[in-house]
Every structure is written in structure tokens, then in C-alpha cells.
Ligand binder design. Structure first.
Ligand code: PLP
Length: 229
């Protein structure tokens, strides 16, 4: 791979988003680019901010808190996108704007109780195990409606939509099917919860397919920053 700068990578990703959106007659303004910045140093996030990225996704709480400290001078939006254990919910509730990886009511209840009252509600996506992989994070598709109903009633949280990571190694058409199932699950939920507006799906390798299936937020790491450390 040719060595390119983060700014060039971001320009190329924005061009890909633009082409994919044009291909399916969508407005690219409806697709948010989230920089999946786990393992990347704070200086790399700063370069992404300089190139216009405002949203950053982190997967490890301790690492994220350190970078947040180093980037306090920038008004970044922080998304937690990694597996979330009970003992880390307080740090997420107190230091993030979004969480994409909630798959159990217990975790949502803790985030609700721990979100500081003076902060805006924590925006939340339910992670769905859309390919029904054994042992993988994410609520089973059949559990999502009940979970959404409970979460929507919790104070301090704002349910925004669904997130999924399709099975790695699936072919393009299989991944597309997975994205289409997530879109279908969101439109079912929207009957009960009309304000849901977020489909968090698509990464470096599959953002075009995700956008064609309705993604409103793509989470891009490798193609934006280069390989993870
Ligand atoms: C790391 C990560 C990404 C980014 O993946 P790339 O393939 O490097 O673009 C997206 N989503 C989640 C949940 C991740 O953990």
C-alpha cells in the first residue's frame, strides 16, 4: 500500500462515500464518518480533526480516557464502539457522547443510572448479532424489539438506532444481506420508535455496501489511519 497522509486518506474515504451515495441516490450529508481510532495515538486523531473529522470511535475505555485528556482542547464527539462490561459503564456514561455496543438491558440500566444529570442524554445504538454468530457480541435479532422498548424508557439515554458488524470473511452479497437485515430491523422498530435515525454499519472494507443498504454512520479505521498499532 502506498504510504499516504491521514488527510489524503480522509479525502479518499469522503470520495468513496460520495460515490456510493450517488450510486443509490442518497444525500451524502446523511452519512456520518466516524474515525475508528482505537490503538491510534492522539496525534493521529488531531490530524483527522484538522481534516474535518469530528466523530471518533474508541473500543478500550482506559486508552480512550487518556486520549480524551490529550485532546481536551478540541470539541470532539466521542463514541464508544467496543464490547462493554459492567465495570466500565461508569467511565463510558461520564465521558462519551454515544455508545454503539449495548446488547443487554443490564448494561443500559447502568449507563442510565450513571449518566450525570447535567450532561445531555447518552446517544445509544443497540448492537445486533446480525449474522447470528455463536459467542459474538450483539443482541439476537429476535430480542431487539423488547430490548429497545425497555431502553427507550430509561432516563439519561436517547435510543438512536442499531449497530452491527457482519461476519468477517463473508462474501460481498452475504454482507449486503446482513446490512439489509439490520435496515429491516430498524424500520420495524421505527413503527414504535419514530425518532430512531441511526444505522451504524460499514467499515473500511464494506462501507459502499453498507451505504447502499441505508447506513447513516460508517466506522472507518484502517483505511483512514493505516494499519492498527
Ligand atoms: C475497529 C472497528 C472498526 C473499524 O474497522 P476497520 O476495518 O479498521 O475500518 C469499526 N467498527 C468497530 C466496532 C471496530 O471495533
Amino acid at each position: 500500500m502506498r504510504s499516504t497522509s491521514i488527510a489524503e486518506n480522509i479525502a479518499e474515504i469522503r470520495a468513496r462515500i460520495g460515490r456510493a451515495a450517488a450510486h443509490c441516490q442518497r444525500d451524502p450529508a446523511g452519512i456520518r464518518l466516524l474515525a475508528a481510532s482505537k490503538t491510534q495515538p492522539a496525534a493521529a486523531l488531531r490530524l483527522a480533526w484538522d481534516a474535518g473529522v469530528t466523530d471518533f470511535g474508541e473500543s478500550y475505555v482506559q486508552e480512550a480516557l487518556e486520549k480524551q485528556g490529550l485532546l481536551r482542547d478540541l470539541p470532539l464527539r466521542w463514541h464508544f464502539i467496543g464490547p462493554l462490561q459492567s465495570n466500565k459503564t461508569r467511565a463510558v456514561a461520564e465521558n462519551f457522547d454515544w455508545v454503539h455496543s449495548v446488547d443487554r438491558l443490564k448494561i443500559a440500566r447502568r449507563l442510565s443510572a450513571q449518566r450525570p444529570a447535567q450532561m445531555p442524554p447518552l446517544a445509544l445504538c443497540i448492537q445486533v448479532n446480525i449474522s447470528a454468530e455463536p459467542g459474538k457480541s450483539g443482541a439476537a435479532p429476535g430480542e431487539v424489539a423488547a430490548l429497545a422498548g425497555h431502553i427507550a424508557a430509561l432516563p439519561g439515554l436517547e435510543l438512536r438506532g442499531l449497530m452491527a458488524i457482519p461476519r468477517a470473511g463473508d462474501s460481498g452479497p452475504q454482507q449486503r444481506h446482513a446490512f439489509a437485515r439490520l435496515r429491516g430491523a430498524l424500520s420495524q422498530l421505527q413503527a414504535e420508535h419514530p425518532l430512531l435515525d441511526t444505522l451504524s454499519m460499514g467499515m473500511s472494507a464494506d462501507l459502499e455496501a453498507a451505504i447502499e443498504e441505508g447506513s447513516t454512520l460508517v466506522r472507518v479505521g484502517t483505511d483512514l489511519f493505516g494499519p492498527r498499532k
